[in-house]
Design a protein around this ligand. Structure first.
Ligand code: 5GP
Length: 130
């Protein structure tokens, strides 16, 4: 069971922002910026391009809805989209609010993000999810 499956199952706490029957979205615990969100399929698959065409399409549309909620909740020009997957073997899309290109530099993480602020941001995104 991956760490993300444990989060989905509620065995490990997360700052959840959205969920449906197939996908789950929550804040990255070590964010590159405020609002950095991960979108994952509930079914464990390591590599995103091993998902079926249908599941990949559905995941992309779900991520689009999450990105729209991020854009409404936080000041940004656009929401950046990245797939890395080098650390956690459970497919996920990174969504990061962008004011400029440097906001998506994964070498720059927020140092010890304040839990209360993370909670507020997750609630703000969740409140704008349609
Ligand atoms: P990647 O696999 O895309 O290279 O990186 C995995 C991402 O998942 C990293 O940005 C990391 O901060 C995040 N991450 C790893 N473990 C956890 C966790 O337990 N909870 C949350 N919310 N994020 C995690």
């Amino acid at each position: 069971m991956t760490i993300f499956s444990k989060i989905i199952a509620g065995e490990i706490p997360s700052y959840k922002v959205a969920e449906n029957d197939k996908f789950f979205a929550f804040l990255d615990i070590n964010p590159v910026g405020w609002g950095h969100t991960l979108v994952v399929p509930k079914q464990e698959t390591d590599y995103i391009f091993d998902l079926s065409d249908e599941d990949l399409a559905e995941m992309t549309v779900f991520a689009k809805r999450v990105a729209k909620a991020i854009k409404k909740a936080l000041p940004c020009r656009k929401v950046g989209v990245t797939v890395l997957g080098l650390e956690v073997p459970h497919a996920h899309i990174h969504l990061v609010p962008l004011k400029n290109e440097g906001d998506m530099d994964f070498r720059n993480k927020i140092d010890s993000p304040d839990p209360e602020k993370m909670k507020q941001i997750a609630a703000a995104i969740a409140g704008n999810f349609e």
